[in-house]
Write a protein that binds this ligand. Structure first.
Ligand code: ADP
Length: 390
């Protein structure tokens, strides 16, 4: 049984093909810079990586090319032979609290949520529509990044604005990275040999985008991202938490309009805004070489994470484990050590050697709270969701 998982961005289409008999990855690929002169495909299968340049006009052409590549290499006959296609959809709004089989009604609803995620949902839908054109008879499933957070109670999700903003405009905390938070929570439960429903966890997804989730009894009870993925932690290029008064000041006194603000907050802030770099490896190298701004950026980044951990300890009252994941969470022992420095009061003690040597369990044996590093796998989580509909 073969399942294709799709992550469709505004100018890219990423895919992973699974054989679900043993959850084996048969191939992975990414078609990048769609609609630009220099579009390119990167394909990986059987340990071989290929880069092919080809002008790709739109998502539909990208889908046709992906099929061609897979069939030429005899990995898959064609997309019609798939058992299902799983699409990552960023924003499910209040409508979608679980994965759904996609039909016309669902695509209409995803469209109606464009205003909540203007950077993501239109791109996700472009992928869905392209696959509907190419392989209309194959079952397609939408898996939402917001769905895992549906259990967050109103006290943690409704902003203290006029209540009608929530009622009329649906302005509230939805939270994101839910597919990853749920996957690593399940993996942590397996590692700890306990049912997820008996666990209280703090999961830290630290990549270019970053968010933290408080998981109580296996369910999301709070998370740092809000109505959009801008709130919360400091990210590669996004600011995270900010006094809304700053925006009023920038608009009234500095002549910025909504487009300027959107650009600044999404693309020119965060680590990049602070030190001119958004790749953590580069920032760490600059820090090691004595760059003061890189040092400050790292301090602010880690301090914000620490603050959320403290807050979520208060929210959960008992914490069984902290789970680090995604590019930075999985790979930066430096960030993990800084974040966990002086947290003995919370029952958190890091084992420096385990942390530096890439182990899963990085807390010391006398740490009351376990600390785990778990590699996230959003693709397999989406593929498993598809199985529920087969
Ligand atoms: P995305 O949100 O784009 O999926 P990733 O999860 O791939 O992001 O994470 C990207 C971040 O992870 C970058 O800041 C990158 O520098 C960082 N990263 C990746 N590998 C390492 C590493 N070995 N050490 C430190 N940071 C790393």
């Amino acid at each position: 049984m073969k399942i294709l998982v799709i992550n469709s961005g505004s100018s890219s289409l990423k895919f992973s093909l699974f054989d679900m008999k043993n959850e084996e990855v048969l191939a992975k690929g990414a078609i990048e810079r769609i609609s630009e002169e220099n579009s390119e495909g990167i394909f990986v299968s059987g340990g071989e990586k290929e880069r092919i340049k080809r002008r790709i006009k739109d998502h539909f052409e990208a889908v046709i090319w992906a099929e061609e590549i897979l069939s030429e290499r005899k990995i898959l006959e064609n997309f019609d032979s798939l058992s299902a296609i799983g699409h990552r959809v960023v924003h499910g709004g209040e409508e979608f609290t679980d994965s759904v089989l996609i039909d016309e009604r669902v695509t209409k609803k995803i469209r109606s949520l464009f205003h909540l995620a203007p950077l993501h949902n239109p791109a996700n839908l472009a992928g869905i529509e392209a696959f509907f054109r190419k392989a209309p008879s194959v079952l397609q499933v939408a898996v939402f990044d917001t769905a895992f957070h549906k259990t967050i109670p109103l006290k943690a999700s409704v902003y203290a604005l006029k209540y009608e903003f929530y009622e009329k405009y649906k302005i509230k905390r939805y939270g994101f990275h839910g597919i990853s938070h749920r996957y690593v929570a399940k993996e942590a439960a397996k590692y700890l040999k306990k049912p997820l429903k008996d666990l209280n966890l703090i999961t830290l997804h630290l990549g270019n985008g970053a968010s933290v989730a408080a998981i109580g009894g296996g369910e999301s009870v709070d998370t740092s991202m809000g109505m959009t993925p801008l709130e919360g932690l400091v990210m590669g290029t996004r600011c995270g938490d900010l006094d809304p008064g700053v925006l009023i000041y920038l608009m009234q006194e500095k002549g910025m309009d909504a487009d300027d603000i959107e650009r600044v907050l999404n693309k020119e802030s965060g680590l990049k805004g602070l030190c001119g770099m958004n790749d953590l490896r580069e920032i760490k190298r600059a820090f090691d070489a004595g760059d003061e701004r890189a040092k400050l950026a790292l301090e602010i980044f880690c301090y914000r994470i620490k603050k959320y951990i403290g807050a979520y300890f208060a929210v959960l009252s008992r914490v069984d484990a902290l789970v680090f994941t995604a590019g930075i969470g999985e790979n930066s022992s430096f960030v993990r050590e800084e974040v966990l420095r002086d947290m003995e009061f919370f029952g958190l003690k890091i084992d420096k050697e385990a942390n530096d040597s890439g182990k899963t369990l990085i807390s010391s044996c006398d740490s009351k709270v376990k600390v785990l590093v778990v590699k996230t796998d959003e693709e397999i989580e989406i593929a498993r969701e598809c199985l529920r509909f087969l």
